[in-house]
Design a protein around this ligand. Structure first.
Ligand code: SAH
Ligand code: SF4
Length: 389
């Protein structure tokens, strides 16, 4: 028996091609896509405006399957976190953050991460594997329709949309899983699927410079860059990828991206680490980095209080320090926000998405992937380097 095609893996053009293979016209693909992504249907029999013969064909050859839910927790502040099974002992997390006028879904793009930032518990797990398109878009599909079910809101375009914004800030480095990430992004933006505007979809990257350029060409959505340091020596120690793509190159890539971006600024994320990157001098150095005459980068800063985890050996900066740091940026005219830590009680805060399930038997596969990345990005790729003080 041939394996069933998971229709969540297909972007709009691929779905048209798939329908053509079945001898169906392009408008059938559109109908099918609406059933899947707007009604959350997974049962072909429910797709009543498709001919019975087509439904039967689909039943024998295709499936609509998101990763299955292992756990589903809602925090006291309304944050909801799902742990999803992506097979072979790997699990990823998806987090919904409700706010007054919007609902943001934070999705994962890889099981584990090879970048190995010093302050990130996902990085500490090592890299397991890239998620497929179906596993990435499947997080949005599952979450949107689960949230509606919980609230008793009807599926379909008339039902009130629960997820208005998507951020790729869960587990993994989206730009190191480029093609599936972009395909999933295209589905998020497609009017016959989720119809989100480019401004409401954000890719967060630790700074994979060539892929930032590629994203600007293939699917320019809002961009967040995880900066975390004001100079190369410090950043080399916190984000090992910096050794391959140092700050000057990263800043230049940000400027190039802005020519195509849906917003006229880059969001810089900056994790506040006590005694490591949080002094007034660091703040002033940051201002100089982004306000550098012709080389300036229009930007906003989002300061993230570090979410500690046991093995990190790092501490969160205290609130007064974070405020003083923010004030220096704001005095220089940079819009700066301090991220509220949410979902703390269910371990859904940034960098805590470690996943309770890990398969330690797949070490060899991981090492092989890591070797591949190191060949591509240099021998220090994914290595922990001591932070200079
Ligand atoms: N790999 C991408 C996206 C996922 S991480 C990236 O690095 O941008 C999402 C954000 O959470 C990043 O800004 C990351 O630096 C931050 N983060 C990771 N671990 C954290 C922790 N322990 N505390 C606070 N923020 C953390
Ligand atoms: Fe990977 Fe992002 Fe964590 Fe760094 S912060 S290890 S890039 S998930």
């Amino acid at each position: 028996m041939t394996a069933l095609t998971n229709l969540l893996d297909l972007d709009p053009a691929q779905l048209v091609a798939y329908c053509a293979e079945l001898g169906e016209k392009p408008f059938r693909a559109k109908q099918l896509q609406r059933w899947i992504h707007q009604f959350g249907a997974s049962d072909f029999d429910a797709m009543t405006d498709l001919a019975k013969s087509l439904r039967d064909k689909l039943k024998s050859r295709a499936t609509i399957a998101a990763p299955s839910v292992i756990t589903d927790h809602t925090s006291a502040d309304g944050t909801r976190k799902w742990l999803l099974d992506v097979g072979q002992g790997n699990a990823v997390e998806t987090v919904f953050i409700p706010e007054e006028n919007r609902g943001t879904l934070c999705i994962s793009t890889q099981a584990g991460c090879a970048v190995n930032c010093r302050f990130c518990s996902t990085g500490k797990q090592g890299f397991s594997r890239n998620l497929t398109v179906g596993e990435i878009i499947g997080q949005l599909w599952m979450a949107e329709f689960e949230l509606r079910k919980t609230k008793g809101i009807e599926p379909g375009p008339k039902g009130e949309r629960q997820i208005t914004n998507v951020v790729m800030m869960g587990m993994g480095e989206p730009l190191l899983n480029f093609e599936p990430t972009v395909t999933a992004l295209k589905l998020m933006l497609d009017d016959n699927a989720y119809g989100l505007s480019r401004r409401r979809v954000t890719v967060s990257t630790s700074g994979v410079v060539p892929m930032i350029d590629k994203l600007s060409q293939e699917c320019p959505v809002a961009l967040a860059v995880s900066l975390h340091a004001s100079n190369d020596a410090l950043r080399d120690g916190l984000v090992p990828l910096n050794r391959k793509y140092p700050l000057a190159e990263l800043m230049a890539a940000c400027r190039r991206y802005l020519a195509f971006a849906p917003r006229d600024f880059i969001t810089f994320e900056y994790c506040m680490l006590d005694g490591v990157n949080d002094s007034d001098a660091h703040a002033r150095e940051l201002v100089a980095l982004v306000q550098n005459g012709e080389d300036s980068v229009p930007c906003k800063f989002n300061l993230i209080p570090f979410n500690p985890f046991p093995e990190s050996g790092l501490k969160r900066s205290n609130n007064a320090r974070i405020k003083a740091f923010a004030q220096i940026l704001m005095d220089a005219g940079i819009v700066t926000t301090i991220r509220k830590t949410r979902g703390d009680d269910i371990d859904a805060a940034c960098g805590q998405l470690a996943g309770e399930i890990q398969d330690r038997t797949k070490v060899q596969e991981r090492m092989q992937k890591m070797a591949e990345y190191q060949k591509k990005f240099g021998k220090n790729f994914g290595r922990i380097v001591e932070v200079p003080r």
